[in-house]
Design a binder for this molecule. Structure first.
Ligand SMILES: Nc1ncnc2c1ncn2[C@@H]1O[C@H](COP(=O)(O)OP(=O)(O)OP(=O)(O)O)[C@@H](O)[C@H]1O
Length: 378
């Protein structure tokens, strides 16, 4: 990763994957409600058959972006194109029903007085009866509900209702499928199972899909690429590994899992930190011109281990949080900074334990600038 890409914090246009056709393109899209600008010059390209998730905290503008794509909101500026043709832009606005976009809503929105099969058939009224029947059968089969076609929504479990909602949205063969927090109405176990199931179904149909969530684990498990949003802008777009391991901003680093920022000073082949010297080549993109510079090194809990010691220590355990099979510790270092590390619960460390911190030499670390000016020797 080049250094210039690490630190871009403004909204960026991502590049479509080579060889795959862009299906949906948003260019400098903005949206305000009254004086409040909630989407700011947002640009994004989604390619054919891709599953992209808009991920970000509550209120960052995910649902508004989805509604702009669906045509349920009009942007104040910018352009939205489907298969190269503008559906929204200067002097042009295609109505939602004419966009060929399907939407799966959070609450599934099934018709309670219609059976599963009738719900799936709902958007196919223009089809002839034989084709419609065949399509409904095909879709119920795809979502594993071939035996439940005659059941009403209240006779189905939450997971089954979600499958019907998905089948109904996919039945008219949309160009793009939008999924608004699709798992939030399911209990935790079912949510995890349905993520895999929904990904399988989407991939089997080859539909281009955009999903919205504030749950980073869900985004990671369902998506080909994740667009991390903050305050109406996209901070980074990349595959799940990229956004987790090579975050381009502190916000992305902090939003996707536990992040500690360790102050460091680059000098020669090493970076001096509260954990001792870290080899400079263990830190991604730090080669070249950054000598005698203060930086913050991003440390994830799995990058380090805390070893209890009686003698010389790096710091002490100040908090511990049980997360089921693992425990998350916060260790205060002697230079007054803090790092988080994760151990299995059978390697328990009591509060106040003095520890030495061992950094895994095989883990490549990311970094962020604090002050780019060279300093005098310290
Ligand atoms: N119809 C509206 N009128 C006025 N403000 C709105 C409207 N819809 C959304 N907003 C505001 O726009 C901002 C973005 O809202 P949006 O629902 O897109 O966020 P979100 O990221 O989807 O949040 P959540 O995860 O909580 O659903 C918020 O500040 C919200 O209050």
């Amino acid at each position: 990763m080049s250094n210039s890409t690490i630190h871009a914090t403004e909204a960026r246009t991502d590049e479509p994957t080579a060889g795959s056709a862009p299906v949906l393109e948003l260019t400098d899209v903005s949206k305000s409600y009254g004086a409040e600008r909630v989407i700011e010059d947002l640009s994004l390209t989604v390619t054919e058959g891709e599953i992209l998730t808009l991920l970000g905290p509550s209120g960052c503008g995910k649902t508004t972006t989805l509604r702009l794509i669906a045509g349920l909101e009009r942007p104040n500026g910018g352009r939205i194109a489907l298969n190269g043709a503008a559906v929204s832009g200067p002097g042009r606005f295609v109505e939602p029903e004419d966009r060929g976009i399907g939407v799966v809503f959070q609450e599934f929105a099934l018709f309670p007085h219609l059976t599963a099969a009738e719900n799936v058939a709902f958007g196919l009224e223009a089809w002839n009866a034989d084709d419609r029947e065949e399509r409904v059968e095909e879709l119920l089969d795809l979502v594993g509900l071939e035996a439940q076609g005659d059941s009403y929504p209240d006779e189905l479990s939450g997971g089954q209702q979600q499958r019907v909602a998905l089948a109904r949205s996919l039945a008219p063969e949309p160009e793009v499928l939008l999924l608004d927090e699709p798992f939030s109405n399911l209990d935790v176990d079912l949510r995890v199972k349905m993520r895999e199931e929904v990904r399988r179904i989407l991939k089997e149909t080859g539909v281009t899909a955009i999903s919205v969530t504030h749950d980073q684990e869900e985004a990671m498990s369902i998506s080909d690429r994740v667009a991390v949003m903050n305050d109406g802008r996209i901070e980074q777009v990349g595959n799940p590994e990229q956004v987790f391991q090579q975050p381009e901003s502190r916000f992305v680093a902090g939003f996707l899992g536990h992040a500690s920022f360790l102050p460091g000073y680059v000098h020669g082949g090493e970076v001096t930190t509260g954990l001792g010297p870290v080899p400079r080549d263990q830190i991604n993109g730090l080669a070249g011109t950054y000598d005698r510079t203060r930086i913050d090194v991003l440390v994830r809990p799995d990058d380090i281990r805390a070893i209890p010691v009686d003698g010389e220590a790096d710091g002490r355990v100040v908090s511990r949080r049980y997360l089921g099979p693992t425990v998350l510790y916060e260790v205060h270092l002697d230079d007054d900074t803090a790092v988080q590390c994760m151990h299995n619960h059978d390697e328990s460390l009591p509060l106040d334990t003095t520890v030495r911190i061992e950094l895994d030499a095989d883990h490549e670390l990311a970094w962020f600038p604090t002050d780019q000016r060279p300093l005098d020797d310290e």
